[in-house]
Design a protein around this ligand. Structure first.
Ligand code: 13P
Ligand code: SF4
Length: 305
């Protein structure tokens, strides 16, 4: 604990010296969320990235979040504490597959979940996050939607948008995919009066068991506004930090010991301090890639308003 206090003091000092601001996603470790200047879901963090006045943005989350901050604010120095904090789903679509689908369907909109590399975004028409995917897809003029890389979020959106033809890709989040129906049923039996709040990266059979489906910020909003006092949480456990902070009198249960994203957990106080000292792990993208991949991201911010 004492060690953490010293580390935190050094981080605060370095932040001032470097004119840096610290962004954190709800899935990173508690001690990182504790010192962050801005905590949020992927959508909120990308919106906030466009408003930053500081010279440097430290993105405590997975690398695609760092890339998005850079794309939306190219003049800034964007640092990520760990290059190993790489979301596997962000790579789960082949560029050739996108090109093939484009050839096959003339009017297709390639809708790209923000959990994707800058290169994949560069081949897409519009980005979405789990907080705005439904609204954006509903309002696209295109009949055919190629949803990449996440099949589960794609199928969830398709289940709500009936007048379009969806083409799916087989990407997935292993953390959400590995949560089982049995685990959720068992939690329901143990806490029969609890509502089940779930992230749409869960598989379709799991989503059928949910009382509420939404992004991390959606889950937090639902839990704080709902009159119930106890909830079952089916997403990464890092969200509990914010849930307990915003809903201090309420109780939250998880369904499995494995609701942990190894990529998000790469972010440590030591690594935050290290990159502030060294400027290591700066996000650098070529001008051409930045120009191309910024288009769908900016389009998302416009359409989600
Ligand atoms: P949110 O957009 O809901 O914050 O989710 C990000 C993520 O990585 C989910 O696995
Ligand atoms: Fe990627 Fe899943 Fe981790 Fe989110 S929880 S960053 S989708 S691996």
């Amino acid at each position: 604990m004492k060690q953490n206090t010293a580390l935190i003091q050094e981080i605060q000092k370095l932040k001032k010296e470097k004119d840096a601001v610290l962004f954190a996603h709800y899935y990173v470790a508690d001690e990182i969320q504790e010192i962050a200047d801005c905590i949020g879901d992927s959508y909120f963090l990308s919106q906030e990235a466009t408003k930053v006045k500081n010279k440097t943005i430290v993105v405590c989350g997975v690398t695609f979040m760092g890339e998005s901050a850079k794309l939306l604010n190219p003049e800034k120095t964007v640092l990520v504490p760990s290059m190993e904090a790489d979301c596997p789903m962000a790579h789960m679509v082949e560029i050739d597959k996108i090109l093939d689908v484009r050839k096959q369907y003339e009017d297709v909109a390639v809708v790209c979940y923000i959990n994707s590399t800058a290169e994949i975004k560069a081949h897409s028409d519009v980005c979405v996050t789990s907080a705005n995917a439904l609204k954006i897809v509903e309002n696209l003029p295109n009949k055919n939607i190629f949803f990449i890389p996440d099949e589960n979020l794609g199928r969830y959106v398709a289940s709500k948008v009936k007048n379009k033809n969806f083409i799916f890709n087989d990407g997935y989040c292993h953390v959400h995919r590995d949560i089982t129906v049995d685990e959720v049923m068992k939690a329901r039996e143990e806490h029969p009066n609890c509502k089940v709040l779930m992230h749409p990266e869960c598989t379709p059979p799991l989503l059928e068991l949910a009382d509420y489906i939404g992004s991390t910020s959606g889950i937090i909003r639902f839990a704080s506004e709902n009159e119930d006092q106890e909830f079952i949480i089916v997403t990464e456990e890092g969200i509990l930090y914010e849930l307990k902070k915003t809903c201090q009198a309420k109780t939250f249960y998880t369904v499995s010991k494995n609701q942990i994203c190894p990529a998000m957990k790469q972010i440590t106080l030591e690594k935050v301090k290290h990159i502030l000292e060294t400027n290591d792990n700066e996000i650098v993208l070529s001008n051409e890639l930045m120009q191309q991949s910024n288009i769908p991201l900016e389009k998302m911010l416009l359409l989600a308003k």
